[in-house]
Design a protein around this ligand. Sequence first.
Ligand SMILES: CC(C)(COP(=O)(O)OP(=O)(O)OC[C@H]1O[C@@H](n2cnc3c(N)ncnc32)[C@H](O)[C@@H]1OP(=O)(O)O)[C@@H](O)C(=O)NCCC(=O)NCCS
Length: 194
Amino acid sequence: MGFSPIVTSRLILRAYEMRDRVRLVQNASNWRVAKNLGMMPYPYTQECADEWLAKQPGFWDSGTSVPLCIALDGEQIGGIGLDVRAHGQWELGYWLGEPYWNRGYASEAAFAVRDYAFETLNVERLVAGHYVDNHPSGRVLTKLGFRYTVEAMRPCLARGADVKCLEMTLPRSSWAEAVGRPSGSASTGYAWAS
Ligand SMILES: CC(C)(COP(=O)(O)OP(=O)(O)OC[C@H]1O[C@@H](n2cnc3c(N)ncnc32)[C@H](O)[C@@H]1OP(=O)(O)O)[C@@H](O)C(=O)NCCC(=O)NCCS
């Protein structure tokens, strides 16, 4: 995989590396993080982190997943990713270690990945969702231009239950209007090569 990192004003969004294994556990082993994510195990052990890192080449090779480490000053502070859900439709997800909340980092990373999705992956539509009690994530997605669509029960691994989720969407046309670009696609395709 040859993904070119996305650089924002404070962050670097890059592929995960083996050196992230300890920071991953420090940041992810937190109920307040895991309870807001669909597939984050809880408790999050070193084995969980090592399994996640071992899966990375497969994710990239699939061409249907863009799993990125959010790094601040070179160190992992969270994760953000895109996954194919249907033709032309990708889902955006993200999380940060709790010490890094409420400093605008999730918004900064998500704006950059939103633009990467439309400009480089040439997606037609982004989708995302947050559990009904996760107001900060709703705020991040609303700032990105996402709008609410439906409510649905979605599984949460950490809670061991389905939780009410508010689904949101951002079509290409709305993104183009927001950023002042033509809505037609001008993609160069995937930004990595195997
Ligand atoms: C959701 C999460 C990623 C937000 O990260 P963050 O870096 O703190 O987010 P930002 O600072 O960029 O933005 C948070 C926004 O929510 C707002 N906010 C914070 N607490 C809030 C609350 N209780 N109710 C409403 N809005 C709230 C902040 O004011 C900010 O909005 P603003 O920019 O208009 O001021 C982080 O809390 C997290 O990792 N949570 C656990 C995992 C998770 O929920 N992932 C998302 C799954 S959908």
